[in-house]
Design a protein around this ligand. Structure first.
Ligand SMILES: Nc1ncnc2c1ncn2[C@@H]1O[C@H](COP(=O)(O)OP(=O)(O)OP(=O)(O)O)[C@@H](O)[C@H]1O
Length: 350
């Protein structure tokens, strides 16, 4: 038998189990963000349409949706920076409209874009935020020092914010959001504009804080869901269209438990004929690249294919370059359940 690479996607499976643990009744009981029937209209556009959601301590909720789906508008209402037309938001038991100060004291918010007060240096800005948050003198300085270390801002502390690169501006925003160690963190695209190393560092920081907080992050990056989220909510045209652990969303993909084999084109017909004899195979797709062919086998509903395929491969002594099972593809699930720009434009034309 030829060289075979088995790719098991263990990290995704671990995450699915991890998410299940997070969904245990004791943890879900500690609801920290409660959103009920939230609605916002801008003229004829309904940006958010009766959205309801609960987020518990320990959850990192990835808030996904196509451009214009209503993510930023939802976050602005949840943090009290925009008044809803209908619905209510409660943060750690405080109503954001009637008990705004207490609710906002529990929230760290990273809005989209760069922090205001661009003429302040990063240090001045963070000291200012510390004071707004009620810290004075040495306590304020200690808080600033702590978040500067966590977000790696040391090298640019004395620079005016408006002169910083996009990545550093984003990190100043992140530093102000976590400065008072809030129980709830709401972050609008936290890794936007960061290079791959900075993205990794910010994701590690979020993961390290996750156990003690309820966190919502909006993102366009499906890899971010894989990297840090215990739960993903997809919205489209202001309404929730999917809500589940990353594992549950992946299970909705047509690629969930599909098996892919890569082999020489010359062997493809014989191998395909044998694979068709397996009872659990529903469909086989073939893609030729140079001298290789990639066969993707889709299982009949609920069937697990990988063991039967690898046993057959080893019995038949096939020279395979690759054999792996797929957990599913989030981008495909996302495309299948959200509206494309083209479909939206067509609907608008009537
Ligand atoms: N201040 C506003 N005035 C008028 N329309 C607005 C306003 N803010 C948002 N909208 C509209 O509301 C809808 C939702 O916008 P929102 O910015 O919440 O979407 P989003 O999901 O955050 O999008 P993106 O991924 O592009 O950031 C869009 O149609 C947008 O044009």
């Amino acid at each position: 038998m030829g060289h075979v690479t088995f790719v098991t996607h263990q990290s995704l499976r671990d995450k699915a189990d991890f998410s299940k643990d997070f969904g245990s009744p004791e943890i879900v009981a500690a609801t920290m963000i409660e959103i009920e029937g939230l609605t916002k209209r801008f003229g004829p556009v309904t940006a958010v349409a009766g959205l309801s959601l609960r987020v518990g301590k320990g959850e990192v909720l990835g808030f996904l949706g196509p451009n214009g789906a209503g993510k930023s508008t939802t976050m602005k209402m949840v943090t009290g920076y925009l008044t809803p037309d209908a619905g209510r938001v409660s943060i750690c038991g405080h109503d954001i409209e009637t008990d705004t100060t207490a609710a906002q004291a529990c929230i760290g918010y990273l809005p989209e874009g760069a922090p205001a007060y661009g003429d302040m240096t990063a240090r001045q800005f963070l000291l200012f935020i510390a004071e707004v948050r009620g810290f004075k003198g040495a306590a304020a300085k200690a808080r600033v020092a702590e978040v500067v270390e966590k977000t790696d801002l040391g090298p640019v502390l004395e620079q005016p914010i408006e002169t910083l690169s996009k990545g550093f501006k984003r990190r100043v925003g992140l530093a102000q959001a976590i400065l008072h160690d809030p129980a709830v963190l709401i972050m609008d695209e936290p890794t936007d504009g960061l290079d791959p190393n900075q993205k990794h560092a910010v994701r590690e920081l979020i993961k390290a804080m996750a156990a003690e907080k309820a966190i919502i992050i909006s993102t366009h990056l499906l890899e971010e869901v894989d990297a840090i989220c215990t739960r993903a909510v997809i919205i489209d045209r202001g309404s929730i269209v999917a809500d589940g652990t990353p594992g549950e969303l992946l299970a909705r993909s047509r690629y969930h438990n599909a098996v892919t084999l890569t082999l020489a084109v010359a062997d493809a017909d014989a191998v395909t004929a044998k694979l068709k004899t397996l009872a659990s195979v529903a469909q086989i797709e073939r893609k030729v690249t140079g001298a290789d062919v990639r066969l993707t086998l889709f299982p009949k509903s609920g069937a697990l294919l990988v063991e039967a395929v690898s046993q057959l491969a080893s019995r038949e002594n096939w020279a395979l370059k690759e054999l792996y099972a797929e957990p599913g593809r989030l981008d495909e699930v996302f495309r299948a359940i959200t509206t494309s720009d083209a479909a939206r434009a067509k609907a608008a034309r009537g």
